[in-house]
Design a protein around this ligand. Sequence first.
Ligand code: HEC
Ligand code: HEC
Length: 395
Amino acid sequence: MLNLSIFNHHLRLMKQLFFFALLATACMDDPVSVTSSAPQDDNGWYGELPEGFPEPVVAIENKMTPEKIELGRHLFYDQRLSVNQSQSCSSCHRQEYAFADGLEQSIGSTGESTPRNSMALVNVAYNRFYTWANSSLTHLEAQIVIPLFGESPIELGLAGQETQTLNELLADERYQQLFSLAYPEIDNPSFKEIVEALGAFCRSLISGDSDFDRYLYQQERSLDDSAIRGLNLFFSEKLECHHCHGGFNFSNASLGHGTSLGSTASVSPFHNTGLYNIDNQGTYPIHSQGLFSVTGDPKDMGRFRAPTLRNIALTAPYMHDGSMQSLEEVIRFYEAGGREIKEGPYRGDGRKHPLKSSLISGFTLTDQERNDLIHFLESLSDESFVTNPAFSNPW
Ligand code: HEC
Ligand code: HEC
């Protein structure tokens, strides 16, 4: 039942969730609202946005158009874009898993495994940083080059094979048409246009139509009592989840047009959550050391980006290395205030990691409360996102 206390709670939640967005919209000429048609604007964004979502910041040199998005969708699902025609982006980013792949680590075209878990591609248009832990990777296009051409590990493995792949694609009449629609002014498309089109498609993967969103915006009774109790726990100071997984995208690493960084800037989006503490010496597994691998700063050991929790029930296994199998396991980890590993090469007590965030201090939940929290996290799944034909394989 929607009673007054829920309504009040509702207002409180709105405030918590959209504090930064609201602050910013107040100073904007043209506040973001739901759009019935998909507008193109000077900021380079094209597409509809769910209620409560600010407009994404689009790299201005890669303005989105429906034709570019459609070209990008074809490329995203095309196995000709790998060294041995065995894989496409979609091999590791599958729509039914919100564009994650269900594996602990992914396997590239030639059988090499990636050091980290494939990320769900959910609202990546808003990312301040790309991948699990790279403070220098701030452009989507720069990230997309990595699976295409990267050699450690080999993912799609196209390094050295650019011309051959390009010729093959351009020999296909369907691509001739798609390229000329997306780039009417360019006679000889190159990988620059391929990367841009993939970027436009990835940005179009917007998800904001979950039971939670319908509860918040459409006043639908789409959350049951258990999920509402879970929501209250999630936003409580006892659990602290929202400090790192807050805002419209449930991640403090997300940013839109006009959303001021506010205090999210002072709270870095990279955190050590106490997953590892090998031999109680403060280290993480060698391929899994987080921001430290990029900056070399000892203070960055084990610091990873807090990912969005939208569609989280669809993207198991969890954490940067896929080392947790279920949401229950993740919640028990936060209850314990970190992870103690008792045996094997990674033995050590992550709960006592000297760099662990002060927000991860542990708490106790009853079985009922733990289930409520899981139900809330499940309410962030967006069925229309994982079934939307506009995001599916066009071939
Ligand atoms: C072999 C598996 C594999 C393939 C193929 C692959 N990816 Fe990924 N992708 C990953 C993994 C693993 C990560 C996480 C990388 C990390 O943190 O080191 C990732 C991360 C990403 C991200 C960052 C998401 C975020 O929230 O920061 C984007 C965007 C992305 N991939 C897009 C693509 C595109 C586009 C393609 C095709 C050109 C592609 N990927 C091909 C495995 C793959
Ligand atoms: C200090 C910031 C912080 C707090 C507080 C926090 N998280 Fe996280 N969360 C993270 C980071 C960082 C990761 C990724 C860690 C990694 O992979 O090493 C993460 C990962 C997760 C994941 C797995 C995401 C994925 O895609 O695999 C879930 C689920 C999650 N958190 C839920 C919660 C819940 C529920 C709470 C509250 C009980 C919470 N988090 C509190 C920072 C935080």
